[in-house]
Design a protein around this ligand. Structure first.
Ligand code: PAF
Length: 282
């Protein structure tokens, strides 16, 4: 499999592909690939001639130095997995210097308020970091289509906003959450969980599903209070937030309307590892 480590070697290759009229798909990742990533890559293979997968643990989107340091880095295993998907899949695995030179800082963005909700309240600067790296990748890879998982639903909305604000010519495709058999949303962070914690973390999805049922007859506030109570009774998982938001602007639902679409979002800690998940409510 061809791996590109620098923009300088990657860009001429992309230029030649474009001149031949090849359609380019792009899947940005931070590595430690799991089946969820592979399903994004499979979608990209279906829609495009050539697929690039970036593997880069982006320092500017971490607000917690330990989290950045402990983030799993498994390039060899990742490349091995990607190889099984076909020979039109290429990897871009840059160094921090290749992306940032010596200035490892984020650009400042306005995403029309999307950045202040949920994750934005708890992870200072996170979406500036995501905006910075995704914009840079789009400039380097110039994909026709780019694939993002709905597990990071807020990130997906923010990337769509980035593309529309900066008029970046890429089609952003949101892909459904891939789950373990237990219901736990697949995440590279799951690898750091003990067997007991991994089992217990299925509680997040189970609670989301029960909350969805309750949302049929109860207000958003009542459902959130109910979720909080379930977590209060769980000795292993600590709820950071539960939110029920309108998918248009990610603002808290005050009064339900049949014409709007809502999702419920949870962030929780177990063994000091932060897990997020969300499902559609209607
Ligand atoms: O979702 C992720 O893994 C990251 O936020 C992304 C999009 C690869 C940017 O670093």
């Amino acid at each position: 499999m061809n791996i590109y480590y620098t923009q300088n070697t990657l860009k001429p290759f992309i230029k030649s592909l474009k001149s031949e009229g090849e359609k380019i798909g792009f899947v940005p990742t931070m590595g430690a690939l799991h089946k969820g990533h592979l399903s994004l890559v499979s979608n990209a293979i279906t829609d495009n001639d050539i697929v690039f997968v970036s593997i880069f643990v982006n320092p500017t989107q971490f607000d917690n130095a330990t989290d950045l340091q402990k983030y799993p880095r498994t390039l060899d295993a990742d490349v091995k997995l990607l190889k099984t998907l076909g020979n039109n899949v290429f990897v871009y695995a840059p160094s921090v210097e290749d992306i940032y030179n010596s200035d490892v800082n984020s650009e400042k963005f306005s995403f029309d308020g999307l950045e202040f909700e949920m994750e934005g309240k708890f992870r200072t600067g996170h979406f500036d970091g995501v905006g910075t790296i995704v914009k840079r990748f789009f400039e380097i890879v110039t994909p026709d289509n780019a694939y993002f998982g709905e597990k990071d639903f807020q990130q997906l909305m923010i990337v769509k906003k980035l593309v529309s604000k900066y008029k970046i010519p890429v089609n952003v495709v949101g892909c459904e959450i891939f789950r373990e058999t237990s219901g736990l949303a697949m995440s590279s962070r799951n690898e750091r969980l003990s067997a007991e914690a991994r089992k217990e973390s299925a509680f997040i999805h189970k609670t989301l599903l029960e909350a969805k049922e309750k949302f049929g007859t109860k207000s958003a506030k009542q459902v959130k209070e109910w979720v909080q109570k379930q977590f209060d009774r769980n000795s292993l998982l600590d709820l950071e937030y539960v939110e029920i938001a309108n998918i248009k602007n990610l603002k808290t639902v005050k009064r339900k309307s049949k014409t709007e679409t809502y999702r419920i979002f949870i962030a929780a800690f177990i063994e000091n590892i932060r897990l997020i998940d969300n499902i559609s409510l209607n």
